[in-house]
Design a protein around this ligand. Structure first.
Ligand code: DOR
Ligand code: ZN
Length: 351
């Protein structure tokens, strides 16, 4: 039954938190079994700021891979006020860094060393534009007087639009977009070919009301926080449009249950356990399964100037149950997004 089986080129995850140590070992197999490559976020403690840190981290990732799994981690540099343009450029030109990540200081998890003012890294951005190194942006202002639900839209107006004007050839990915404002902004710049946007599975599936359904649901709390339903609808429409700038980035961000279920819980949804099934659910709901391949497997590599993967993976329309808690180490566990719930699609592996 052709409608019950979907074969697409093997996808890539253009935004993933793999962490380190026991957590890396626990979560990596999930990402690596579905995705051919992943853009690995550098917000470790301490952050990945230099090429040597990235090489060592990449080695730890490769060492944690299950036997026989083909997976390529693409490393990123964590920008700070002190990033040296020559050092960063060398890391890119040597093939260590695929991109650099801009965290506004204190915007999210492990971002304390982030950039306090983009003006401070103007020479770095200039150099990145010259060499074609993509800038990946966590697009939220950190001004506490700005409402948390407005921080992405305000970032676009106050920071991103002027930054693109100041650096007209810089290539930029606005990560994990959560608003119709971001979708519109990306579309308005699509002609230039220099802007992309990742969209997570959870932002396609939940709106802000879900975070408070019947009580506070810490496992649905992430940053940028999910917005109202109209924004979720705009994200689904963008993801399923097939348009080149929109591509898959799960932002899977595991934290232990203890760290999530706390008086001040950490931000992040762990979606790697069944990321493709979650995206398939959203695309199926929108009647757009025929666009999943463009979003998951073609648009990202095109933006990054890489070939699409040659392998294919299959998804089948038969129920799958999201795994229950995942034990990371003695006493530490991670709860997958939609844990224990049944989804309509199943991942049938590389075919
Ligand atoms: O929800 C999030 N979790 N958003 C981020 O930007 C960071 C991430 C993490 O590292 O936990
Ligand atoms: Zn992230």
């Amino acid at each position: 039954m052709p409608n019950d089986r979907l074969v697409i080129r093997r996808p890539d995850d253009w935004h993933v938190h793999l962490r380190d140590g026991a957590m890396l070992k626990a979560v990596l197999p999930f990402t690596a079994r579905q995705f051919g490559r992943a853009i690995v976020m550098p917000n470790l403690k301490p952050p990945v700021t230099h090429a040597a840190d990235a090489v060592a981290y990449r080695d730890r990732i490769l060492a944690a891979l299950p036997d026989g799994v083909a997976f390529t981690p693409l490393m990123t540099a964590y920008l700070t006020d002190g990033t040296d343009a020559d050092d960063l450029a060398r890391g890119f030109e040597d093939g260590v860094f695929a991109a650099a990540k801009l965290y506004p200081a204190n915007a999210t998890t492990n971002s304390a060393h982030g950039v306090t003012d983009v003006a401070r890294i103007a020479p770095v951005l200039e150099r990145m534009a010259e060499i074609g190194m993509p800038l990946l942006i966590h697009g939220e202002v950190t001004d506490p007087s700005v409402d948390i639900f407005d921080r992405e839209a305000v970032f676009i107006d106050r920071i991103l639009a002027p930054l693109l004007d100041r650096h007209p050839s810089l290539r930029v990915v606005l990560e994990h977009v959560t608003t119709s404002d971001a979708v519109q902004f990306v579309r308005a710049h699509a002609g230039s070919g220099r802007i992309g946007a990742t969209i997570t599975a959870h932002h396609l599936l939940i709106n802000r009301s879900h975070i408070f359904q019947g009580g506070i649901r810490p496992h649905l709390y992430c940053l940028p926080i999910a917005k109202r339903e109209t924004h979720r609808v705009a994200l689904v429409e963008a993801a399923t449009s097939g348009e080149g700038p929109f591509f898959l980035g799960t932002d899977t961000a595991p934290h232990t249950v203890t760290a999530k279920e706390a008086a001040c819980g950490c931000a992040g949804c762990f979606t790697a356990a069944n990321a493709l099934e979650l995206y398939a659910e959203a695309f199926d709901e929108a009647g757009a399964l025929d666009r999943l391949e463009a979003f998951a497997s073609l648009n990202g590599p095109r933006f990054y100037g890489m070939p699409a993967n040659e392998e294919r993976v299959a998804l089948e329309r038969r129920p799958s149950v999201t795994p229950d808690v995942l034990l990371v180490s003695e006493g530490d566990a991670v709860l997958p997004f939609r844990s224990g719930e049944t989804l309509r699609w199943s991942f049938a592996g590389v075919v």
